[in-house]
Design a binder for this molecule. Structure first.
Ligand code: MLT
Ligand code: MN
Ligand code: ZN
Length: 385
């Protein structure tokens, strides 16, 4: 699904205060983190649900990929890997394409540490930002008898746990931990993660007859990651930028934000769907109420769009939409885009404890009422299906 190894010159995508480049070639020795690096993040999949091109889509953007047009690159579904030491890794969301993503990412492959023939993985934990299929289906790939901690809000854990398929995650090895909003926790030593609610909605498969868009609950969260004083914010799904959200994101070293659609109505324009981006819980990139304008005054060392839908014309090099994104100082993530943040000092993260184990290691089986119609402090829209 991914393009092959790139020439070395092409791998260096951008340099500056923070380094952004393509991760190493798909196979071969793992690169070691430079001592000055506090936080490494690798975009495993830059596309939204369905990937790019989507298996059944011949919209004008997908058609370019199917036809091998050099202006576009295929992308797998939404996931980010983070590490404080370059050795142990945490996945932010587990995509249905996780197997291919691991095969393309040397840092995530089994190491030669144990006895010959043994099994190993540098993937130690997964943090979920919602219960959408493109963010949780990869948990099934991680069922092969390896220890793993899965961090999720009560809402997302309930959504996943309501599906008995996820019982294949052996409770002896897979520990579920509930994350509380605004309470930083350490999924690995030296790495702190704080969850915050962003305007969103329940997963598609839990939508009832009436859908509230823009609710701020544990059903859709952003993650603030800190290591050695550096900070990265990951918001792959967001229905609106409230003033509180803008204030929270300001000053981050790297902002990875929802780039699902450029035009709110692009799926309708392409004749491939009847929903707007907002109806799906995703604000557009462009337009008067889009993220480019909403986040223009939010200072960030790097601004990178992730979770990009296959209909989004900013996927096309040289398109007017890509030029608008470039001019505003944003990067359109590719699979393998790597961000390395420099050490900024001693972080507080070592003082932040992991959340206590939840009472049971098996996923909850009931969906709480909050998943269906949650109150909100932000302006939300109620839409009949
Ligand atoms: C989304 O991001 O809106 C979801 O991934 C849609 C879906 O579940 O297909
Ligand atoms: Mn999605
Ligand atoms: Zn398409």
């Amino acid at each position: 699904m991914r393009e092959g190894a790139q020439p070395a010159a092409d791998r260096l995508r951008a340099t500056g205060r923070n380094e952004i480049r393509r991760a190493g070639s798909p196979v071969g020795p793992r690169a070691t983190a430079a001592p000055s690096t506090s936080l490494r993040a690798i975009v495993l999949g830059a596309a939204a649900g369905g990937g790019y091109p989507q298996w059944n889509c011949r919209c004008s953007v997908c058609a370019l990929a199917w036809d091998g047009d050099p202006r576009v690159k295929p992308r797998t579904q939404s996931s980010l890997a983070i590490s404080a030491d370059g050795r142990d890794w945490v996945l932010l969301n587990a995509s249905p394409d996780l197997g291919a993503q691991i095969r393309a990412t040397p840092a995530l492959q089994p190491r030669r540490t144990g006895p010959a023939g043994g099994r190993d993985t540098p993937i130690r934990a997964v943090v979920l930002t919602n219960g959408d299929v493109d963010h949780v289906a990869g948990l099934l790939t991680l069922r092969e008898k390896a220890p793993l901690t899965v961090f999720a809000t009560a809402e997302t854990r309930a959504a996943v746990g309501a599906n008995p398929l996820f019982a294949v995650l052996d409770p002896v090895l897979v520990t579920w931990r509930e994350i509380a909003l605004g309470r930083p926790f350490a999924p690995l030593p030296g790495l702190a993660v704080e969850a915050f609610a962003v305007p969103g909605k329940v997963p598609l498969y839990l939508e009832g007859d009436v859908v509230e868009i823009g609710t701020e609950t544990g059903a859709t969260i952003g993650l603030s990651v800190r290591a050695a004083g550096a900070r990265l914010d990951y918001v792959p799904g967001c229905a609106a930028v409230t003033s509180a959200l803008a204030a929270r994101l300001a000053g981050t070293d790297a902002l990875l934000f929802d780039g699902t659609v450029f035009h709110d109505d692009e799926m309708l324009r392409e004749g491939v769907g009847s929903k707007t981006g907002r109806r799906m819980g995703h604000m557009p990139v462009g337009g008067a109420d889009g993220s480019l304008i909403a986040l223009a005054s939010v200072a960030a060392g790097r601004k990178v769009f992730v979770h990009i839908n296959n209909t989004n014309p900013m996927l096309v090099d040289g398109s007017p939409e890509r030029r608008a994104v470039d001019a505003a100082g944003w990067t359109v993530a590719e699979d393998g885009t790597e961000i390395a943040l420099p050490v900024r000092g001693v972080g507080e993260e070592t003082a932040w404890p992991s959340p206590p184990d939840t009472p049971t290691t098996t996923p909850a089986t009931k969906t709480p009422a909050t998943m269906r119609s949650a109150p909100t402090s932000s302006p939300s829209t109620t839409i009949a299906r």
